[in-house]
Design a protein around this ligand. Structure first.
Ligand SMILES: CC(C)(COP(=O)(O)OP(=O)(O)OC[C@H]1O[C@@H](n2cnc3c(N)ncnc32)[C@H](O)[C@@H]1OP(=O)(O)O)[C@@H](O)C(=O)NCCC(=O)NCCS
Length: 153
């Protein structure tokens, strides 16, 4: 993990660089810049950005603040920075926000996003199957902290 990165809220100017992160994936469903712009205009969508003067923008996490939970919309780490702890650092920041606000964190993913599933499991999220959530494809809903009676997905 590089100490050169700091976490800051997202800004409208980030939409292009965020699309570049998706484009150079590997990202199962990359967004275009316009997708990020449309989400930017949606209030209240919050974003955490991993930025560095030396390396540029390396990771993002978009989420919505709801009554009882922080709902994760989308997250990714730039391909050349994956598996180096940035994703975990980013989610630890979100977990801290959820703890302070006394809210849960909820993330829903297609069942084919295996890397992200393993990543969330490792952070202590628990998963439940959502049959047909994405049309022909099942989804998994991940919750943190784990709810009683739920098992790992
Ligand atoms: C999932 C993702 C955010 C994880 O961020 P990261 O910075 O790479 O993860 P960290 O370095 O903090 O943690 C890595 C751990 O998570 C798990 N993990 C992450 N990606 C994995 C993969 N592709 N395959 C298997 N395990 C994976 C492993 O346990 C890994 O530990 P290891 O490297 O010691 O085996 C990142 O890999 C990514 O951007 N993936 C593509 C985008 C995506 O799927 N986004 C979610 C849907 S919106």
């Amino acid at each position: 993990m590089s100490p050169a990165f700091s976490i800051r809220p997202w800004e409208q100017e980030d939409c292009g660089p965020l699309a570049a992160i998706d484009h150079f994936g590997p990202m199962p469903e990359p967004w275009q810049e316009d997708d990020f712009r449309a989400t930017w205009r949606r209030v209240p969508v919050n974003g955490l950005i991993f930025d560095s003067a030396l390396y540029g923008l390396a990771a993002y996490l978009l989420y919505e603040v709801c009554d009882e939970e922080l709902t994760v919309i989308k997250f990714a780490v730039r391909a050349d920075w994956q598996r180096q702890g940035l994703g975990e650092r980013m989610f630890r920041a979100l977990i801290e926000k959820a703890r302070i606000q006394k809210k849960a964190i909820v993330a829903t993913l297609p069942e084919t996003f295996l890397g992200a599933q393993l990543f969330l499991n490792r952070l202590g999220f628990t998963a439940r199957l959502l049959r047909g959530h994405y049309g022909n494809e099942d989804g998994l809903i991940f919750v943190y902290p784990a709810k009683e009676g739920q098992t790992d997905g």
